[in-house]
Design a protein around this ligand. Structure first.
Ligand SMILES: O=c1ccn([C@@H]2O[C@H](COP(=O)(O)O)[C@@H](O)[C@H]2O)c(=O)[nH]1
Length: 274
């Protein structure tokens, strides 16, 4: 999916919501545990209940890898289900990969070829040769970790050298490797105060913004400081939506939670998109 197509979906759905599929076997309703693939059964119901309100889904790989081979199967079935049933939806592997070049090339193959993700999150710490292999897949996206939502972001990401913070260096340097047509940045919603500065150095890139909902980030602040003329934002919410209820009504409650976010997003798009 290209940038224009993504923006078209945002306009059509009046939403820039990414639903995080952080599916934890210990948190899903007990009755699903009788099915042959409880993780997939849960995801399928969540997806069916929210697909018209979201423009993206983001399975976080930890939740699947922790289940071994069964988790990988559930993940693959989830991706294939979205592709088949809702092909307009952008699918992000939140995998935070990156290694020496030949290894990164195989990570890229895993997510873009073996599995049909649109995008993968990549840690930029190992530099250019660790990121470049991900750019060789036409129509696929790299989402570089820039300024993360967790407290530990303070440990390294704000370290300054020559008047430049490390996360700013990541954003500037990576623009020598590729451009806004296949590269996004992760910026935590809990760091919304930095979005104006980030927009000065990356005015046109899409940003993947986790941290609203359970982590307490403000959607209104994110839109105020981070939205550009093509929206430029994919705001993720995982736990607040998928675990809105732990009972049999989980899909209905997830829809209600997603609808609340989508309605706010529709207002924000009206306010900031001319
Ligand atoms: O800086 C980051 C990068 C990634 N994440 C991931 O996003 C979701 C957030 O889940 P919530 O339940 O909505 O808090 C989760 O998969 C994180 O690993 C992030 O939170 N911050």
């Amino acid at each position: 999916m290209n940038k224009a197509e993504l923006f078209q979906q945002i306009r059509k759905k009046e939403s820039f919501l990414c639903v995080g599929l952080d599916t934890d076997i210990q948190k899903i309703p007990r009755n699903l545990l009788d099915t042959s693939d409880a993780i997939f059964a849960f995801n399928k119901e969540i997806i069916d209940a929210t697909h018209d309100l979201a423009v993206a889904y983001k399975p976080n790989l930890a939740f699947y890898e922790s289940m071994g081979v069964n988790g990988w199967n559930s993940l693959e079935k989830t991706v294939n289900y979205i592709r088949y049933k809702y092909p307009e939806i952008f699918i992000i592997a939140d995998a935070k990969r990156g290694d020496i070049g030949n290894t990164s090339a195989l990570y890229a193959r895993a997510f873009f070829d073996t599995m049909d993700f649109d995008a993968v999150t990549v840690a930029p710490y190992m530099g250019e040769d660790s990121v470049k292999p991900f750019f060789t897949y036409v129509g696929k996206w790299v989402i570089l970790l820039a300024l993360t939502s967790n407290k530990g972001a303070d440990d390294f990401q704000y370290v300054e050298e020559g008047g430049e913070k490390l996360f700013e260096k990541v954003i500037k340097k990576s623009q020598e490797w590729s451009n806004e047509d296949n590269m996004m940045y992760v910026v935590g919603a809990t760091r919304a105060e930095m979005l104006s500065d980030i927009r000065k150095i990356a005015p046109n890139h899409f940003l993947l913004v986790p941290g609203v909902g359970a982590q307490g980030g403000s959607l209104a602040e994110v839109a105020r400081y981070g939205m550009n003329s093509e929206c430029g934002l994919l705001v993720n919410s995982s736990r607040q939506i998928i675990y809105a209820s732990t009972g049999d009504d989980f899909a209905k409650k997830a829809r209600e939670a997603a609808l609340e976010v989508q309605k706010e997003m529709a207002e924000l798009l009206k306010k900031y998109l001319k």
